[in-house]
Design a protein around this ligand. Structure first.
Ligand SMILES: Cc1cc2nc3c(=O)[nH]c(=O)nc-3n(C[C@H](O)[C@H](O)[C@H](O)COP(=O)(O)OP(=O)(O)OC[C@H]3O[C@@H](n4cnc5c(N)ncnc54)[C@H](O)[C@@H]3O)c2cc1C
Ligand code: SF4
Length: 452
């Protein structure tokens, strides 16, 4: 009789393979290559790359500084607009942002490697352990920041620069948000995220309280009474359901939660992974869990997405990267049933999809199954408003299931601002969260000055 146990095991690879698979995916530029790459920039007037950067970094200016040997100055130019310039150099999908806009694409079919140059400059400053910004004289105002991810910490740093006293409340034991718990390990390896948090806090004037959750340890109403203003950078805590029969079987995992475990595991060889892995989704999370499963030693990894490659949230570059790592991507199919054996997933049944005459997604009625020892759900996350339920008398307005904000990232409540993934209308990228935090801090500063 065939063995019905799922094939899930830790330690599928040799120790040397783990070190290689979870080490830095992109080698850094050395000084010579940085000089050559910087000389490819035309230093365009009205540079389209600046327009395409959500944080508006003056890209030609920092590249010119690299070209003239002023690497520290280049880093300061970057960090003035984006205090997470080091992380963004590693995680930004530059191929659809600054590098897509680069005019070099027209003359040579290859943009200036802006991301690598940004990393070169910010790494240079990080190696010196220097905080280039100073705090303004104290304003005597106190601001609470809830959520220690890129949005919250970008807000905290700018508020500290402007002379306000900041307290960051973070539910998890470590600061950094998804930079620490979510982004693929090979993009931000080792202790990079914590080192960057340390750099940001080194400006001073920022008190941090980890293990403190809004809604559990304090309410928004209490924070509004105690502080002059509040910034919410809560991210997305909810995971969308597959809505397929059998979703509760053992071996069906939330991709984000598994990635968090993987990011925190000192010894990657201790993480059990299936021999056959199926991933459902089409965004960053789907690519990341698929590639990391493969890099943990899974033999057969397939992403299944309900629409075509153009509609995937993951860029072409990321899709190619997954395929280069041996991940198969199957388009135009959706899960209808998770099939179990002995209470554990063993197969997933899919239905092929297509667009109907009205352009809506519809099942074709044809089905197929894929064998699976593990099934990862990576079909998106949602904002969970529960931490705000104690403040029902004066509720924060939501729009499209996330916190409603205006251009200044001001919410419907006076003195309460919000940004990053928890607000509507964004792109759910690190760089956008950083821009939101920065903009909100500038608006909070204006708000506090008006109230003096
Ligand atoms: C798997 C994965 C991979 C990704 N890869 C990329 C990538 O390669 N490139 C990219 O640009 N973007 C990527 N993203 C998106 C990016 O990580 C987010 O857009 C970004 O982290 C949003 O920042 P944030 O500060 O809004 O939220 P988060 O980073 O989620 O931080 C929110 C913080 O708030 C805390 N918090 C939540 N609720 C409470 C509470 N009640 N009280 C106190 N604290 C609370 C959380 O613990 C967390 O630390 C990825 C996302 C995921 C899930
Ligand atoms: S668009 Fe390209 S060439 Fe022009 S300034 Fe930006 S990086 Fe340089």
């Amino acid at each position: 009789m065939a063995d019905s146990r799922p094939d899930i095991a830790a330690g599928r690879l040799a120790p040397v393979d783990y070190a290689r698979n979870f080490g830095d995916v992109e080698p850094a530029l050395d000084a010579k290559r940085a000089l050559v790459e910087s000389s490819r920039c035309f230093f365009c007037y009205d540079a389209p790359c600046i327009e395409a950067c959500p944080t508006g970094i003056d890209i030609p200016s920092f590249i010119r500084k690299i070209a003239t040997g002023n690497t520290r100055g280049a880093a300061v130019t970057i960090l003035e607009e984006n205090i997470f310039g080091g992380a963004c150099a590693r995680v930004c999908p530059t191929e659809v942002l600054c590098e897509q806009a680069c005019v070099r694409n027209h003359s040579e079919d290859k943009p200036v490697d802006i991301g690598a140059l940004q990393r070169y400059a910010t790494d240079h400053l990080a190696e010196r352990g220097e905080q280039p910004f100073r705090r303004a004289a104290s304003t005597g105002k106190r601001v609470a920041v809830v959520g220690g991810g890129p949005a919250g910490l970008a807000a905290a740093h700018r508020l500290a620069m402007l002379g306000h006293a900041v307290t960051v409340y973070e539910a998890k034991p470590k600061l950094g948000g998804l930079n620490e718990y979510g982004i693929a390990a090979y993009k931000v390896p080792d202790e990079f995220a914590q080192a960057e948090v340390g750099f940001i806090l080194s400006i001073g004037g920022i008190e941090t309280r980890t293990g403190q959750a809004l809604g559990r340890d304090m309410t928004l109403t209490e924070l509004r009474k105690e502080y002059d203003a509040v910034f919410l950078g809560l991210g997305l805590a909810g995971v969308n359901a597959l809505k397929a029969e059998g979703e509760d079987l053992a071996g069906v995992e939330d991709a984000v939660a598994y990635i968090a475990r993987l990011r925190q595991a000192r010894d990657k060889s201790a993480l059990p992974v299936g021999r056959k892995v199926v991933v459902i989704g089409g965004g960053n999370t789907a690519i990341d869990i698929a590639v990391q499963s493969k890099r943990l030693g899974a033999e057969d990894v397939t992403i299944v997405y309900r629409r075509g490659p153009e509609e995937m949230g993951a860029t072409h570059h990321e899709q190619e990267f997954a395929q280069m790592n041996g991940v198969k991507i199957k388009h135009w199919a959706r899960p209808v049933r998770v099939i179990g054996r002995g209470g554990h997933v063993s197969e997933v049944e899919f239905e092929y999809t297509k667009l109907d005459a009205a352009g809506r997604l519809a099942g074709t009625g044809e089905r197929f199954t894929l064998a699976a020892d593990m099934l990862f759900k990576a079909i998106g996350q949602g904002f969970v408003p529960d931490p705000l339920k104690h403040d029902a008398q004066e509720p924060l307005e939501l729009a499209g299931g996330r916190i409603r904000v205006n251009e200044d990232r001001a919410t419907s409540l006076p003195g309460v601002f919000a940004g990053g993934d928890c607000v509507g209308g964004g792109t759910d990228l690190t760089v956008q969260a950083v821009e939101d935090g920065k903009r909100a801090a500038i608006a909070i500063d204006r708000y506090l000055k008006q109230r003096r």
